[in-house]
Ligand binder design. Structure first.
Ligand code: ADP
Ligand code: MG
Length: 682
């Protein structure tokens, strides 16, 4: 591929002492020296004074200036944790919460989970001794349920505020409200260099504390023509940089685990074939579901003479800072959850990034020295096709979960909730309707007993309802395994390229009539029967790490079920009961077979397909319930099970009318048998 240099992003004035360090100097640097080198360090006293003087402070600073790792430590040193109070700091991403907590524990020379800890969904790594607590924004949201005044905290830092995740946006409203009756609580809203004025005016003109950035110029390059295959273009660009450019690490932005793995595979293969003709190239992935020991590897210094290439999701855009990045490769895409409020359908799609995102990404190349950013799109596309800013999540996702939480907090009037940017009215109404249909709200919009129990679970309302419905169908044992397996959200099956046939045979051995949910339950049960064995996973082409996580999630859910006094009972394989419980939660996700192997959703008549990996792919039952939609080349249902339409009248009588569920008989259905996966994918 052919790049053209278009422009240069200016850096701020560089002072001589801020010149990049050599590898040797770097190694000798102790943690203390690193801390002192961060831009925020010089402002330590001013910052503490400002926090003491104001209840709410907006802190703005370039990514990597030390906001997340240093400020909580400054507060700790300044005595903000006296009287048994904690310093809290929220992060939009799980990975960031874990990684930052680990780093701060190391800097303070304490064991992670003691004085410094983190708390994320299904995993609490804190103790009685914890005084600095990192957590996801969603976790803090849940903490409001047990501690509505956040009394155990002296300071709450809402970090990475510019990311504008749904939970962070809701937190703005919640913390602003409690600040009124907790004058002793300090609120810090920290963000990269975006939106500070907007945050300030939302928090009644709170003062803005700006940490001047240290930034070197970054040259921006664009491709001459659009790239058809950006994974391949990434690989080629990495190799070009490696072969022709001075040493310095490379950061590549991809959209998710699957893409990262593909890119890693192709790249490793090409590098291997080049052999000793090129310098050593370390290839390191980072994405949300990567085990934390592997995540930590991205922070290890690159050995002298070698080059590191980090393949990352947009985790590395602002939440994580990797030192010594000189080159950035940006294909210009990210994965986004999008909700269509007209159809009520939510789907994970790959979309172009915004200009603001693209500029953040480029900025990552200029932290330690002048850098280069290679955009795998044209200058024209940047100018004309990218939006200026990313639309905040609150304006594009399903609000069911958040509305249930707010109702559980006693906030009834959602229309007048103090939103930084309000969600679209239709989305709010749809969320209320859905909660009503699920039985979580009564017709006055008040939380029902069922709704209160649902809110106890850190789950989407549909999944919460499924879990609670399992009580009635006497299959809570099976349903909790299914819920845990669905929550893992990373690959269960292992499909190495050189053993595809074996892996696919192993996968099919788990198939049971009825569909994918039962397959998940079957896998979990067999694994439990093997005494949670690693060997068993290995023999069956199952990812051990995913299973281990499912087991952790399951244990947490069982704990919560006991708290709401649910019995854990099994119906020993009555699959009708299991599927009815699933349908009781997911009756919004029903599709009916239409023609030529495709399905239509019942209420909105959208065309959806059975995923080629589904156990129902060759069955094509008339009615299915699905877990989620994933859009690749088509809208695919992930995890689908066969149901009978009459169950819908039993589990959701308010939502379905018999007429909608009539089957047109005498239709001829062509089955997928005989076609290859590849044929059907396109
Ligand atoms: P900000 O929040 O302002 O973006 P951070 O506090 O996250 O900045 O980062 C400050 C510094 O800490 C960076 O130089 C980064 O490389 C370093 N750092 C953060 N996490 C780790 C880690 N896990 N290992 C090593 N260094 C880290
Ligand atoms: Mg940060």
């Amino acid at each position: 591929i052919d790049f053209i240099r278009a422009l240069s992003m200016p850096g701020t004035k560089e002072k001589p002492e801020e010149r990049p360090m050599t590898e040797k100097q770097k190694k000798r640097m102790t943690i203390e020296e690193t801390q002192k080198s961060l831009p925020v360090y010089k402002f330590k006293d001013d910052l503490i004074a400002a926090i003491q003087a104001h209840q709410v402070l907006i802190i703005e600073g370039e990514t990597g200036s030390g906001k997340t790792t240093q400020i909580p430590q400054y507060l700790y040193q300044a005595g903000f944790t006296k009287d048994n109070k904690k310093i809290g700091c929220t992060q939009p991403r799980r990975v960031a919460a874990m990684s930052v907590a680990a780093r701060v524990a190391e800097e303070m020379n304490v064991k992670l989970g003691n004085e410094v800890g983190y708390s994320i969904r299904f995993e609490d790594c804190t103790s009685e001794r914890t005084v600095i607590k990192y957590m996801t924004d969603g976790t803090l949201h849940r903490e409001f349920l047990s501690e509505p005044d956040l009394l155990s905290y002296s300071v709450m830092m809402i970090d990475e505020a510019h990311e504008r995740t749904l939970h962070t946006d809701i937190l703005f409203g919640l913390v602003k409200d409690i600040a009124r009756f907790r004058p002793d609580l300090k609120l810090l809203i920290s963000s990269a260099t975006l939106d500070a004025e907007k945050f300030s005016s939302f928090f009644d003109d709170a003062p803005i504390f700006r940490i001047p950035g240290r930034r070197f110029p970054v040259d921006i390059y664009y491709t001459k023509a659009p790239e058809a295959d950006y994974i391949d273009a990434c690989v080629v660009s990495i190799l070009q940089i490696h072969a022709t450019q001075p040493l310095g690490d490379i950061l590549v932005f991809l959209t998710g685990q699957e893409e990262i793995e593909t890119c890693q595979e192709i790249l490793s293969d090409r590098v291997r074939r080049l052999g000793t003709r090129v310098k050593e190239l370390l290839i390191l992935p980072v994405y949300a579901n990567l085990p934390s020991d592997l995540q930590a590897k991205i922070f290890e210094p690159t050995p002298p003479g070698a080059r590191k290439v980090v393949l990352a999701t947009n985790i590395a855009e602002t939440s994580l800072t990797i030192d010594n990045i000189i080159y950035v490769i940006d294909p210009g895409f990210c994965k986004q959850n999008n909700f269509n409020s007209r159809t009520g359908m939510e789907s994970l799609v790959v979309v172009p990034v915004s200009k603001a995102s693209a500029n953040q990404r480029a900025g990552r190349a200029g932290r330690v020295a002048a850098g280069k950013c290679f955009r795998l799109y044209t200058a024209w596309a940047y100018k004309h096709e990218l939006e200026d800013n990313t639309v905040p999540e609150i304006q594009r996702v399903n609000l069911g979960n958040v509305v249930l939480m707010l109702k559980a907090l006693g906030i009834n009037d959602l229309v007048h909730f103090d939103f930084l940017d309000p969600p679209p009215h239709e989305t709010l109404v749809l969320a209320l309707e859905q909660l009503y249909a699920l039985g979580a709200l009564n017709h006055h919009g008040e939380l029902t007993k069922l709704g209160r129990r649902m809110a106890e679970f850190p789950l989407d309302p549909m999944m919460g309802k499924m879990l609670l419905a399992s009580e009635k169908y006497k299959c809570s044992e099976e349903i909790v395994s299914i819920a845990a397996m669905l929550s893992v959200n990373s690959a269960i099956f292992y499909r190495p390229k050189d053993k595809l046939v074996h892996a696919d045979t192993a996968r099919k051995n788990f198939f049971l009539p009825g569909g994918d949910h039962l397959v998940l339950c079957n896998i979990y049960k067999q694994w439990a029967d093997s005494d949670y064995s690693t060997q068993w996973c290995y023999e069956n082409y199952i990812q051990y790490r995913s299973m281990k996580r499912a087991r952790d999630v399951r244990e947490q859910l069982v704990g919560l079920m006991e708290r709401v006094e649910m019995e854990i009972v099994s119906n020993h394989g009555d699959t009708v009961a299991i599927r009815k419980a699933i349908t009781a939660g997911y009756f919004y996700h029903i599709a009916r077979l239409s023609k030529a192997g495709s399905y239509k959703t019942v209420k909105h008549n959208q065309t959806v397909m059975i995923h080629p990996n589904s156990s129902l792919f060759e069955e094509l039952p008339r009615w299915v319930v699905y877990y989620e939609l994933v859009f690749t080349t088509k809208e695919y249902m992930r995890q689908a099970s066969e149901i009978e339409s009459k169950w819908l009248l039993e589990v959701a009588p308010h939502y379905y009318k018999p007429k909608e569920l009539e089957d047109s008989t005498n239709m001829k259905f062509s089955k997928n048998i005989g076609k290859t996966r590849e044929e059907l994918r396109t």
